[in-house]
Design a protein around this ligand. Structure first.
Ligand SMILES: CC(C)(COP(=O)(O)OP(=O)(O)OC[C@H]1O[C@@H](n2cnc3c(N)ncnc32)[C@H](O)[C@@H]1OP(=O)(O)O)[C@@H](O)C(=O)NCCC(=O)NCCS
Length: 180
């Protein structure tokens, strides 16, 4: 699906299929290499994984990729968590190529997800403490803290959960000016 990002460029936003596993591998490794502090996983750990691992990830979760002139520039994963309500999804592995940030790429991917998963009422995201930029961006998109925090003791890090009511957000994603 073609979408126009705020920067004026045309984005191709779509869901990856199992056979797109190499695309997922390539863009996810770029994300881990570019923004190691934003994620719990590491480039080294995922670079060592083979085709079976990436095919499984493609199949198990819904991955949305944004392409600009055929090059992947953004990634979001929507995960249905077993012990959470059926109308919730966790958003993970969120990343946009630095050269394409602040041009509405994340907004466009969320909009696409909202259309693909109309049954979903809310999106949840864990933000690691210290990632103030991502937190500010999520707040700008309408996410608010749920007040839930978790300590990742083995990693010596902590994170906070944020939530966005996705139904209401679609209108705001159409009209960014309406987001407070
Ligand atoms: C978080 C990230 C995916 C955002 O992607 P993006 O495509 O640049 O975001 P968008 O352009 O869609 O911006 C969404 C809103 O946030 C605002 N915004 C973007 N960057 C911002 C920044 N650095 N500070 C404050 N607001 C910002 C935008 O202006 C936009 O609001 P508007 O349309 O009302 O003006 C990107 O910054 C990134 O990849 N960061 C590194 C990895 C990371 O931290 N991932 C999150 C892990 S939880």
């Amino acid at each position: 699906m073609l979408r126009r990002a705020d920067g004026g460029s045309t984005l191709d936003v779509e869901v990856l299929a199992e056979d797109d596993w190499a695309v997922l591998r390539q863009v996810r490794l770029r994300a881990l290499d570019d923004s190691p502090a934003a994620f719990l996983s590491s480039y080294q750990a995922e670079a060592a994984a083979g085709e079976e691992y990436w095919r499984h990830r493609c199949l198990a979760y819904r991955w949305v990729v944004a392409r600009n002139q055929h090059r992947a520039v953004g990634l979001v994963c929507s995960v249905k968590v077993l012990d959470r309500p059926a109308d919730e999804r966790h958003l993970e592995s969120i990343w946009v190529d630095p050269a394409h940030r602040r041009q509405g790429v994340l907004r466009a991917m969320l909009h696409h997800l909202a259309e693909l998963e109309p049954e979903v009422r809310s999106w949840l995201v864990w933000v690691l403490d210290g990632n103030d930029e991502a937190r500010a961006i999520y707040e700008r998109l309408g996410f608010a803290s749920t007040g839930e925090r978790q300590l990742l003791s083995t990693l010596g890090r902590s994170e906070e959960r944020m939530r966005l009511e996705s139904k209401a957000a679609v209108r705001d994603l159409d009209d960014p000016g309406s987001v407070p």
